[in-house]
Design a binder for this molecule. Sequence first.
Ligand code: PLP
Length: 410
Amino acid sequence: MTALDESRVMALRAQFPQLSRRVHGKPLVYFDNANTAQKPQSVIDAVSGYYRECNGNVARAVHTLGSEATELYEGARDAITRLLNAPSRDQIVLTSGTTQAINLVAYSFLAPRLVAGDEILVSHMEHHANIVPWQLIAERAGARVIAAPINEAGELLLDELAALISPRTRLIGITHVSNALGTINPVAEVVALAKARGVPVLVDGSQAVPHLAVDVTALDCDFYVFTGHKLFGPTGTGALYARREHLAAMPPFFGGGEMIRTVSFTGSTFADPPHRFEAGTPNIAGFIGLAEAIRFVESIGINAIAERERVLRDAALERFAGVEGFRLIGQARQRAPVFSFVIDGVHAHDVATLLDFEGVAVRSGHHCAHPLMQFYGVPATARVSLAFYNTIEELDVFVTALERVRARLR
Ligand code: PLP
């Protein structure tokens, strides 16, 4: 592992065109990476290169453009297999993102098994994408979604989660890293607990893959999902990893071209997984870009990224502690560089709007985590979310900008 020292970080930063733009006349400080990450030039080139050089549809054309496009597109499946250390590329379904992947599991895997009185267990810190699809199928079946509690620090209460697993629990949905708090959940322990009771687990890795090495083979989870745009890739890309036996048992969710074996008016037969779940023309350019994004991460090394981000995380916590009126929401011991905060007496949207005038991009709102906001008794928070390309100097700019915002609002 080559450490990411300042000069390497600056060289890598230079590969992200947007990081050198100005906003309101100030150099952009991009602290909204959990929302979507910036894209390196190699990803932008891969996307435009497809349209420039080999635009053709995948999996159906035998001509040169079609085969070149198919090879590049399928390269994304290989890259994702490596990223997650999945046992086989056939266990990777390409989706438009986490949301589609979870809905696929909900409607194809879980809905057919769900009966009245069943339970789906999630944690109190889930993104709506890991709550609402379960609610929709639960409602139809007369089942219900229940939430495992967290403590004030924003950590999952593992014993309480274990106590909530019952003979009616049909699935556990748990985020690997909280998008609102940065908490890194003990997903291996959750999987072990669930496995002992025969309950399948879906891990939402949307906020994990940009920060941590993920190994679904070691984790032994049933499903792992993530979204590509938070991993320096294009929007509209993502994946579902699933155990082979689950995919084999799952009926199609979307019907259409490319997911069939035979079609007649008396009925159709379907392709094997993963193609059974990939109806229609996909986001070809996007996946070619995602393959490149994963190669980009591999060229740096996810462990070097994680090490760099630990330094940034600790520097951020140190600086936040010195800002008057700054209340950090969630103080988990195991955390990614994602921080929700409120400034006493000021609405989060005002904080984010005024920070934007200082060139600093942070997110404000409920972060698609209403239940979590209710838990902390706040309507919204502002959120700083860092990537490896952020710098200590940017943290200082942020703190100075925040002091100015506070002074203006006093
Ligand atoms: N889960 C988590 C933890 C997220 O942070 C997000 C995005 O913010 C999602 C799910 C949804 O991802 P997407 O909208 O790309 O499907």
